[in-house]
Design a protein around this ligand. Structure first.
Ligand code: LLP
Length: 439
Protein backbone atom coordinates (compact mmCIF):
# COMPACT_ATOMS: atom_id res chain seq x y z
CA UNK A 1 0.00 0.00 0.00
CA UNK A 2 0.95 3.66 -0.37
CA UNK A 3 4.59 4.50 0.17
CA UNK A 4 5.56 1.09 1.61
CA UNK A 5 8.41 -0.85 0.05
CA UNK A 6 11.10 -3.36 0.91
CA UNK A 7 14.49 -1.64 1.07
CA UNK A 8 17.94 -3.01 0.16
CA UNK A 9 18.42 -4.35 3.68
CA UNK A 10 15.27 -6.44 3.22
CA UNK A 11 13.40 -4.30 5.75
CA UNK A 12 9.92 -2.91 5.38
CA UNK A 13 10.04 0.82 4.82
CA UNK A 14 6.99 3.08 5.16
CA UNK A 15 7.05 6.76 4.23
CA UNK A 16 10.78 6.38 3.68
CA UNK A 17 11.30 5.17 7.27
CA UNK A 18 12.91 1.77 7.93
CA UNK A 19 10.76 -0.02 10.50
CA UNK A 20 13.82 -1.40 12.33
CA UNK A 21 14.81 2.21 13.00
CA UNK A 22 11.28 3.09 14.05
CA UNK A 23 11.42 0.22 16.53
CA UNK A 24 14.75 1.49 17.89
CA UNK A 25 13.34 4.97 18.34
CA UNK A 26 9.79 4.31 19.56
CA UNK A 27 9.63 0.67 20.65
CA UNK A 28 6.83 -1.78 19.84
CA UNK A 29 3.96 -2.29 19.48
CA UNK A 30 3.82 0.79 17.32
CA UNK A 31 1.09 2.19 15.08
CA UNK A 32 2.72 3.62 11.94
CA UNK A 33 0.57 5.90 9.77
CA UNK A 34 1.56 6.67 6.18
CA UNK A 35 0.74 10.37 6.03
CA UNK A 36 0.94 10.67 2.25
CA UNK A 37 -1.53 7.84 1.82
CA UNK A 38 -4.02 9.50 4.19
CA UNK A 39 -3.68 12.73 2.24
CA UNK A 40 -4.10 10.86 -1.05
CA UNK A 41 -7.36 9.31 0.16
CA UNK A 42 -8.66 12.71 1.31
CA UNK A 43 -7.86 14.15 -2.12
CA UNK A 44 -9.47 11.25 -3.95
CA UNK A 45 -12.77 12.10 -2.21
CA UNK A 46 -12.43 15.85 -2.69
CA UNK A 47 -11.46 15.53 -6.36
CA UNK A 48 -14.19 13.02 -7.17
CA UNK A 49 -16.87 15.25 -5.66
CA UNK A 50 -15.47 18.36 -7.29
CA UNK A 51 -15.73 16.55 -10.64
CA UNK A 52 -19.43 15.82 -10.03
CA UNK A 53 -20.38 19.49 -10.13
CA UNK A 54 -22.60 19.05 -7.05
CA UNK A 55 -22.15 20.98 -3.82
CA UNK A 56 -20.50 18.73 -1.24
CA UNK A 57 -18.75 18.20 2.06
CA UNK A 58 -16.52 15.23 2.86
CA UNK A 59 -16.58 14.75 6.62
CA UNK A 60 -13.89 12.50 8.02
CA UNK A 61 -15.57 10.13 10.51
CA UNK A 62 -13.16 10.67 13.36
CA UNK A 63 -14.33 7.56 15.24
CA UNK A 64 -12.02 5.61 12.92
CA UNK A 65 -8.95 7.34 14.35
CA UNK A 66 -9.43 10.41 16.49
CA UNK A 67 -6.24 12.18 17.52
CA UNK A 68 -5.35 15.85 17.28
CA UNK A 69 -2.79 15.45 14.49
CA UNK A 70 -5.37 13.64 12.35
CA UNK A 71 -7.92 16.40 12.94
CA UNK A 72 -5.34 18.97 11.82
CA UNK A 73 -4.55 16.93 8.72
CA UNK A 74 -8.24 16.57 7.82
CA UNK A 75 -8.67 20.32 8.22
CA UNK A 76 -5.64 21.02 6.03
CA UNK A 77 -7.09 18.80 3.33
CA UNK A 78 -10.35 20.74 3.44
CA UNK A 79 -12.45 17.98 4.96
CA UNK A 80 -15.24 18.43 7.48
CA UNK A 81 -15.36 16.30 10.62
CA UNK A 82 -17.90 13.88 12.07
CA UNK A 83 -17.78 13.48 15.86
CA UNK A 84 -19.98 11.30 18.07
CA UNK A 85 -19.00 12.22 21.60
CA UNK A 86 -17.78 15.03 23.81
CA UNK A 87 -14.36 13.39 23.70
CA UNK A 88 -14.12 13.42 19.91
CA UNK A 89 -15.50 16.97 19.88
CA UNK A 90 -12.95 18.06 22.49
CA UNK A 91 -10.12 16.49 20.49
CA UNK A 92 -11.24 18.33 17.35
CA UNK A 93 -11.66 21.68 19.09
CA UNK A 94 -8.31 21.39 20.86
CA UNK A 95 -6.74 20.68 17.48
CA UNK A 96 -8.22 23.94 16.22
CA UNK A 97 -10.66 22.29 13.82
CA UNK A 98 -13.12 24.95 12.58
CA UNK A 99 -16.35 24.28 14.51
CA UNK A 100 -18.55 25.26 11.58
CA UNK A 101 -17.29 22.19 9.70
CA UNK A 102 -17.98 19.80 12.59
CA UNK A 103 -21.05 17.53 12.47
CA UNK A 104 -22.28 15.94 15.68
CA UNK A 105 -23.67 12.40 15.54
CA UNK A 106 -24.94 9.88 18.04
CA UNK A 107 -28.13 8.20 19.22
CA UNK A 108 -27.85 9.40 22.82
CA UNK A 109 -26.25 12.81 22.99
CA UNK A 110 -26.27 13.98 26.58
CA UNK A 111 -27.40 17.46 27.64
CA UNK A 112 -23.75 18.16 28.49
CA UNK A 113 -22.61 17.19 24.99
CA UNK A 114 -25.35 19.28 23.36
CA UNK A 115 -24.39 22.32 25.43
CA UNK A 116 -20.72 21.86 24.67
CA UNK A 117 -21.39 21.62 20.94
CA UNK A 118 -23.74 24.62 20.94
CA UNK A 119 -21.22 26.69 22.89
CA UNK A 120 -18.55 25.75 20.37
CA UNK A 121 -20.85 26.77 17.50
CA UNK A 122 -20.62 23.55 15.52
CA UNK A 123 -21.99 23.42 11.99
CA UNK A 124 -24.64 20.75 12.27
CA UNK A 125 -26.32 18.22 14.54
CA UNK A 126 -27.44 14.94 13.07
CA UNK A 127 -30.58 14.39 15.14
CA UNK A 128 -31.32 10.75 15.80
CA UNK A 129 -34.67 10.56 17.64
CA UNK A 130 -37.66 12.50 19.03
CA UNK A 131 -36.23 12.85 22.54
CA UNK A 132 -33.14 14.52 21.12
CA UNK A 133 -35.24 16.78 18.90
CA UNK A 134 -37.04 18.19 21.96
CA UNK A 135 -33.89 18.38 24.04
CA UNK A 136 -31.90 20.17 21.35
CA UNK A 137 -34.70 22.69 20.80
CA UNK A 138 -34.96 23.35 24.55
CA UNK A 139 -31.23 23.83 25.08
CA UNK A 140 -30.80 25.93 21.92
CA UNK A 141 -33.73 28.12 23.01
CA UNK A 142 -32.28 28.58 26.49
CA UNK A 143 -29.02 29.73 24.91
CA UNK A 144 -30.86 31.83 22.30
CA UNK A 145 -28.98 30.22 19.44
CA UNK A 146 -30.06 28.66 16.18
CA UNK A 147 -28.67 25.37 15.04
CA UNK A 148 -28.58 23.48 11.75
CA UNK A 149 -29.85 19.93 11.82
CA UNK A 150 -30.05 16.88 9.64
CA UNK A 151 -32.47 14.09 10.53
CA UNK A 152 -30.93 10.66 10.57
CA UNK A 153 -33.21 8.29 8.69
CA UNK A 154 -33.11 4.55 8.15
CA UNK A 155 -33.91 4.00 4.49
CA UNK A 156 -34.60 0.29 4.94
CA UNK A 157 -31.51 -0.81 3.03
CA UNK A 158 -29.63 -3.86 4.22
CA UNK A 159 -26.03 -3.31 3.23
CA UNK A 160 -23.66 -6.23 2.88
CA UNK A 161 -21.45 -5.09 5.71
CA UNK A 162 -18.63 -7.26 7.03
CA UNK A 163 -20.47 -8.01 10.25
CA UNK A 164 -24.05 -7.58 11.48
CA UNK A 165 -22.86 -5.06 14.08
CA UNK A 166 -21.65 -2.83 11.26
CA UNK A 167 -24.97 -2.75 9.36
CA UNK A 168 -27.17 0.20 10.27
CA UNK A 169 -29.55 1.04 7.44
CA UNK A 170 -32.20 -1.57 8.19
CA UNK A 171 -35.50 -0.78 9.92
CA UNK A 172 -34.63 -2.68 13.10
CA UNK A 173 -31.74 -0.42 14.09
CA UNK A 174 -31.12 1.65 17.18
CA UNK A 175 -30.35 4.60 14.90
CA UNK A 176 -32.58 7.14 13.27
CA UNK A 177 -36.14 7.74 12.09
CA UNK A 178 -37.70 5.13 9.83
CA UNK A 179 -38.72 6.31 6.38
CA UNK A 180 -41.04 3.38 5.76
CA UNK A 181 -43.31 3.67 8.80
CA UNK A 182 -43.90 7.41 8.83
CA UNK A 183 -41.67 8.37 11.75
CA UNK A 184 -39.21 10.25 9.51
CA UNK A 185 -42.09 12.26 8.03
CA UNK A 186 -43.32 13.04 11.53
CA UNK A 187 -39.79 14.16 12.48
CA UNK A 188 -39.69 16.60 9.55
CA UNK A 189 -43.03 18.06 10.67
CA UNK A 190 -41.86 18.43 14.25
CA UNK A 191 -38.52 19.97 13.21
CA UNK A 192 -40.23 22.61 11.09
CA UNK A 193 -42.21 23.70 14.14
CA UNK A 194 -39.12 24.10 16.30
CA UNK A 195 -38.02 27.72 16.27
CA UNK A 196 -34.35 27.30 17.04
CA UNK A 197 -33.72 24.44 14.64
CA UNK A 198 -33.03 24.83 10.93
CA UNK A 199 -33.66 21.63 9.02
CA UNK A 200 -31.06 21.22 6.26
CA UNK A 201 -32.03 17.74 5.20
CA UNK A 202 -31.54 14.09 6.00
CA UNK A 203 -28.75 11.67 6.77
CA UNK A 204 -28.52 7.99 5.92
CA UNK A 205 -25.69 5.61 6.82
CA UNK A 206 -26.24 2.07 5.62
CA UNK A 207 -23.26 0.23 7.10
CA UNK A 208 -19.50 -0.20 7.00
CA UNK A 209 -16.88 -2.00 4.86
CA UNK A 210 -19.24 -2.13 1.86
CA UNK A 211 -17.92 -3.25 -1.53
CA UNK A 212 -20.91 -2.59 -3.80
CA UNK A 213 -22.59 0.60 -4.95
CA UNK A 214 -26.14 -0.82 -5.04
CA UNK A 215 -26.86 -0.14 -1.37
CA UNK A 216 -25.88 3.51 -1.71
CA UNK A 217 -27.90 3.92 -4.90
CA UNK A 218 -30.92 2.33 -3.27
CA UNK A 219 -30.54 4.60 -0.25
CA UNK A 220 -30.44 7.65 -2.55
CA UNK A 221 -33.58 6.44 -4.31
CA UNK A 222 -35.47 5.97 -1.02
CA UNK A 223 -34.29 9.33 0.29
CA UNK A 224 -35.31 11.02 -2.97
CA UNK A 225 -38.79 9.46 -2.75
CA UNK A 226 -39.00 10.75 0.78
CA UNK A 227 -37.81 14.22 -0.31
CA UNK A 228 -40.52 14.28 -2.97
CA UNK A 229 -43.22 13.47 -0.43
CA UNK A 230 -41.90 16.09 2.00
CA UNK A 231 -41.83 18.71 -0.76
CA UNK A 232 -45.32 17.89 -1.97
CA UNK A 233 -47.02 17.57 1.39
CA UNK A 234 -45.04 19.92 3.61
CA UNK A 235 -43.60 22.30 1.04
CA UNK A 236 -40.17 21.72 2.55
CA UNK A 237 -37.05 21.13 0.46
CA UNK A 238 -33.87 19.43 1.56
CA UNK A 239 -30.72 21.42 0.83
CA UNK A 240 -28.43 18.66 2.12
CA UNK A 241 -28.42 14.89 1.81
CA UNK A 242 -25.74 13.10 3.84
CA UNK A 243 -25.06 9.52 2.76
CA UNK A 244 -22.79 8.54 5.63
CA UNK A 245 -19.69 6.40 5.29
CA UNK A 246 -19.07 2.72 4.85
CA UNK A 247 -16.81 2.59 1.78
CA UNK A 248 -14.76 -0.59 1.93
CA UNK A 249 -11.03 -1.17 1.89
CA UNK A 250 -8.81 -4.13 1.10
CA UNK A 251 -7.63 -5.87 4.26
CA UNK A 252 -6.78 -9.18 2.60
CA UNK A 253 -6.65 -10.61 -0.88
CA UNK A 254 -10.28 -11.70 -0.73
CA UNK A 255 -11.57 -8.14 -0.28
CA UNK A 256 -12.79 -6.39 -3.41
CA UNK A 257 -13.46 -2.73 -2.65
CA UNK A 258 -14.10 -0.20 -5.40
CA UNK A 259 -11.97 2.87 -5.97
CA UNK A 260 -13.07 5.93 -4.00
CA UNK A 261 -14.01 7.67 -7.25
CA UNK A 262 -16.34 4.79 -8.16
CA UNK A 263 -18.30 5.06 -4.92
CA UNK A 264 -18.53 8.82 -5.34
CA UNK A 265 -19.58 8.56 -8.99
CA UNK A 266 -22.31 6.06 -8.07
CA UNK A 267 -23.67 8.32 -5.34
CA UNK A 268 -23.54 11.58 -7.29
CA UNK A 269 -24.97 9.82 -10.34
CA UNK A 270 -27.86 8.44 -8.29
CA UNK A 271 -28.53 11.87 -6.79
CA UNK A 272 -28.70 13.46 -10.23
CA UNK A 273 -30.95 10.66 -11.46
CA UNK A 274 -33.39 10.34 -8.57
CA UNK A 275 -33.62 13.98 -7.51
CA UNK A 276 -34.02 15.27 -11.06
CA UNK A 277 -37.71 14.44 -11.20
CA UNK A 278 -38.60 16.21 -7.97
CA UNK A 279 -38.48 19.67 -9.41
CA UNK A 280 -36.27 20.94 -6.62
CA UNK A 281 -32.72 22.23 -6.59
CA UNK A 282 -30.22 19.35 -6.39
CA UNK A 283 -29.15 18.99 -2.76
CA UNK A 284 -25.60 19.30 -1.52
CA UNK A 285 -24.13 15.84 -0.93
CA UNK A 286 -22.21 15.10 2.24
CA UNK A 287 -20.42 11.85 3.03
CA UNK A 288 -18.60 10.59 6.11
CA UNK A 289 -15.79 8.17 5.25
CA UNK A 290 -13.71 6.91 8.16
CA UNK A 291 -12.14 3.55 7.36
CA UNK A 292 -11.40 4.42 3.74
CA UNK A 293 -9.47 7.56 4.77
CA UNK A 294 -7.14 6.01 7.35
CA UNK A 295 -7.54 2.23 7.24
CA UNK A 296 -4.91 1.15 4.74
CA UNK A 297 -2.51 3.92 5.83
CA UNK A 298 -1.93 2.18 9.18
CA UNK A 299 0.51 -0.62 9.97
CA UNK A 300 1.08 -2.07 13.42
CA UNK A 301 4.64 -3.13 14.18
CA UNK A 302 5.13 -5.86 16.77
CA UNK A 303 8.11 -7.71 18.18
CA UNK A 304 7.92 -11.49 18.08
CA UNK A 305 8.42 -13.16 21.44
CA UNK A 306 7.62 -16.77 22.26
CA UNK A 307 6.22 -19.57 20.17
CA UNK A 308 4.59 -22.91 20.76
CA UNK A 309 4.28 -25.82 18.38
CA UNK A 310 1.57 -28.43 18.80
CA UNK A 311 2.80 -31.24 16.52
CA UNK A 312 0.39 -31.97 13.73
CA UNK A 313 -1.93 -29.17 14.84
CA UNK A 314 -0.47 -25.69 14.69
CA UNK A 315 2.34 -23.32 15.60
CA UNK A 316 1.52 -20.25 17.64
CA UNK A 317 3.81 -17.23 17.37
CA UNK A 318 3.23 -14.61 20.04
CA UNK A 319 3.77 -10.86 19.62
CA UNK A 320 4.04 -8.07 22.20
CA UNK A 321 0.55 -6.67 21.53
CA UNK A 322 -2.82 -8.17 20.61
CA UNK A 323 -6.49 -7.55 21.34
CA UNK A 324 -5.63 -4.50 23.42
CA UNK A 325 -4.32 -2.61 20.39
CA UNK A 326 -6.45 -4.45 17.80
CA UNK A 327 -9.72 -5.87 19.13
CA UNK A 328 -11.19 -6.39 15.64
CA UNK A 329 -10.27 -10.06 15.12
CA UNK A 330 -11.75 -10.98 18.51
CA UNK A 331 -14.81 -8.78 18.03
CA UNK A 332 -15.66 -9.28 14.36
CA UNK A 333 -13.44 -12.18 13.27
CA UNK A 334 -11.67 -9.62 11.07
CA UNK A 335 -8.87 -10.88 8.86
CA UNK A 336 -5.46 -9.27 8.46
CA UNK A 337 -2.27 -9.87 6.50
CA UNK A 338 1.20 -9.77 8.01
CA UNK A 339 4.80 -9.55 6.90
CA UNK A 340 8.06 -10.39 8.63
CA UNK A 341 9.26 -6.80 8.52
CA UNK A 342 12.97 -7.25 9.28
CA UNK A 343 13.46 -10.10 6.75
CA UNK A 344 10.80 -9.19 4.25
CA UNK A 345 12.52 -10.90 1.32
CA UNK A 346 12.87 -14.27 3.04
CA UNK A 347 10.64 -16.91 1.50
CA UNK A 348 7.64 -18.11 3.47
CA UNK A 349 8.35 -21.58 4.87
CA UNK A 350 5.65 -22.22 7.43
CA UNK A 351 2.06 -21.53 8.33
CA UNK A 352 1.70 -20.03 11.78
CA UNK A 353 -0.98 -18.31 13.84
CA UNK A 354 -0.25 -14.97 15.47
CA UNK A 355 -1.24 -14.73 19.11
CA UNK A 356 -1.40 -11.67 21.31
CA UNK A 357 -0.13 -11.51 24.88
CA UNK A 358 -3.45 -11.05 26.68
CA UNK A 359 -4.62 -13.61 29.15
CA UNK A 360 -7.34 -15.25 27.08
CA UNK A 361 -7.51 -17.70 24.21
CA UNK A 362 -9.53 -15.35 22.02
CA UNK A 363 -6.58 -13.00 21.80
CA UNK A 364 -5.50 -14.07 18.31
CA UNK A 365 -4.55 -11.54 15.64
CA UNK A 366 -4.26 -13.86 12.63
CA UNK A 367 -5.07 -17.52 12.11
CA UNK A 368 -2.85 -19.23 9.54
CA UNK A 369 -0.44 -16.89 7.86
CA UNK A 370 2.52 -17.97 5.69
CA UNK A 371 5.78 -16.58 7.05
CA UNK A 372 9.52 -17.22 6.97
CA UNK A 373 10.74 -18.98 10.09
CA UNK A 374 10.32 -16.48 12.92
CA UNK A 375 12.68 -15.98 15.85
CA UNK A 376 12.32 -14.09 19.06
CA UNK A 377 13.14 -10.45 18.35
CA UNK A 378 11.87 -10.48 14.75
CA UNK A 379 9.51 -7.71 13.70
CA UNK A 380 6.03 -8.49 12.48
CA UNK A 381 4.05 -5.87 10.55
CA UNK A 382 0.26 -6.21 10.40
CA UNK A 383 -1.22 -4.18 7.55
CA UNK A 384 -4.36 -2.04 7.30
CA UNK A 385 -4.67 -1.20 10.98
CA UNK A 386 -5.24 2.54 10.60
CA UNK A 387 -8.99 2.49 11.27
CA UNK A 388 -10.76 1.28 14.42
CA UNK A 389 -7.54 0.03 16.01
CA UNK A 390 -6.03 2.86 18.05
CA UNK A 391 -9.54 4.29 18.47
CA UNK A 392 -10.87 0.98 19.87
CA UNK A 393 -7.76 0.08 21.87
CA UNK A 394 -8.10 -0.77 25.54
CA UNK A 395 -5.89 -1.25 28.57
CA UNK A 396 -7.03 -4.83 29.13
CA UNK A 397 -4.56 -6.64 31.36
CA UNK A 398 -3.27 -3.16 32.18
CA UNK A 399 -1.22 -3.17 29.03
CA UNK A 400 -0.23 0.36 28.00
CA UNK A 401 -1.55 1.59 24.69
CA UNK A 402 1.13 1.90 21.95
CA UNK A 403 2.51 5.08 20.48
CA UNK A 404 1.37 6.37 17.08
CA UNK A 405 3.76 7.90 14.55
CA UNK A 406 3.12 9.65 11.25
CA UNK A 407 5.77 8.90 8.64
CA UNK A 408 6.47 10.77 5.38
CA UNK A 409 9.52 11.54 3.25
CA UNK A 410 11.88 9.67 5.52
CA UNK A 411 10.72 11.55 8.60
CA UNK A 412 8.76 10.18 11.56
CA UNK A 413 6.74 12.32 13.96
CA UNK A 414 5.24 11.10 17.18
CA UNK A 415 1.51 11.97 17.26
CA UNK A 416 0.53 9.92 20.34
CA UNK A 417 3.01 9.02 23.06
CA UNK A 418 3.20 5.48 24.35
CA UNK A 419 1.31 5.20 27.63
CA UNK A 420 3.52 4.88 30.69
CA UNK A 421 3.03 2.89 33.87
CA UNK A 422 2.11 6.10 35.67
CA UNK A 423 -0.51 6.85 32.98
CA UNK A 424 -2.05 3.47 33.75
CA UNK A 425 -2.63 4.31 37.42
CA UNK A 426 -3.15 8.05 36.94
CA UNK A 427 -6.87 7.85 37.77
CA UNK A 428 -6.64 5.17 40.46
CA UNK A 429 -7.47 6.10 44.03
CA UNK A 430 -6.94 3.88 47.05
CA UNK A 431 -9.45 5.07 49.69
CA UNK A 432 -7.69 5.86 52.95
CA UNK A 433 -9.97 3.40 54.73
CA UNK A 434 -8.41 0.57 52.71
CA UNK A 435 -4.89 1.99 52.67
CA UNK A 436 -4.90 2.20 56.45
CA UNK A 437 -5.94 -1.36 57.14
CA UNK A 438 -3.26 -3.31 59.00
CA UNK A 439 -1.49 -5.81 56.83
N1 LLP B 1 -21.07 7.77 9.63
C1 LLP B 1 -21.76 7.12 10.56
C2 LLP B 1 -23.05 7.62 11.01
C3 LLP B 1 -21.24 5.94 11.10
O1 LLP B 1 -21.94 5.28 12.01
C4 LLP B 1 -19.98 5.45 10.67
C5 LLP B 1 -19.40 4.25 11.23
C6 LLP B 1 -19.29 6.19 9.69
C7 LLP B 1 -19.89 7.34 9.18
C8 LLP B 1 -17.95 5.76 9.17
O2 LLP B 1 -18.01 4.53 8.55
P1 LLP B 1 -16.73 3.96 7.73
O3 LLP B 1 -16.52 4.84 6.56
O4 LLP B 1 -15.57 4.03 8.67
O5 LLP B 1 -17.11 2.58 7.39
N2 LLP B 1 -15.83 -0.60 14.63
C9 LLP B 1 -16.27 -1.20 13.39
C10 LLP B 1 -16.88 -0.18 12.45
C11 LLP B 1 -18.05 0.53 13.05
C12 LLP B 1 -18.55 1.64 12.17
C13 LLP B 1 -19.41 2.54 12.93
N3 LLP B 1 -19.94 3.65 12.19
C14 LLP B 1 -15.09 -1.89 12.74
O6 LLP B 1 -14.00 -1.88 13.31
O7 LLP B 1 -15.23 -2.47 11.67
Amino acid sequence: HGTSRINDAGHLEIGGCDVTELKAEYGTPLYIMDEQLIRRRCREYMDAFAASGLGFQVAYASKAFSVMAMCRLADEEGLSLDVVSDGELYTALQAGFPPERIHFHGNNKTPFEIEMALDAGIGCFVVDNFVELDLLQAIAASKRVNVNILLRVTPGVEAHAHHAYAATGQTDSKFGFDIGNGTAFEAVQQSSAKENLTLLGVHSHIGSQIFETEGFEMAVERVADFARRVKEELNTEFSVVNLGGGFGIRYTEGDTPLHVSEYVAAITGAVKKFFAGIGAKLPEIWVEPGRSIVGDAGTTLYTVGTNKTIPGVRKYVAVDGGMGDNPRPALYESKYEALLANRANDPAVETVSIAGKCCESGDMLIWDVELPETKSGDLLAVACTGAYNYSMASNYNRIARPAVVFVQNGQSDLVVKRESHSDLIANDIVPERIAKQPV
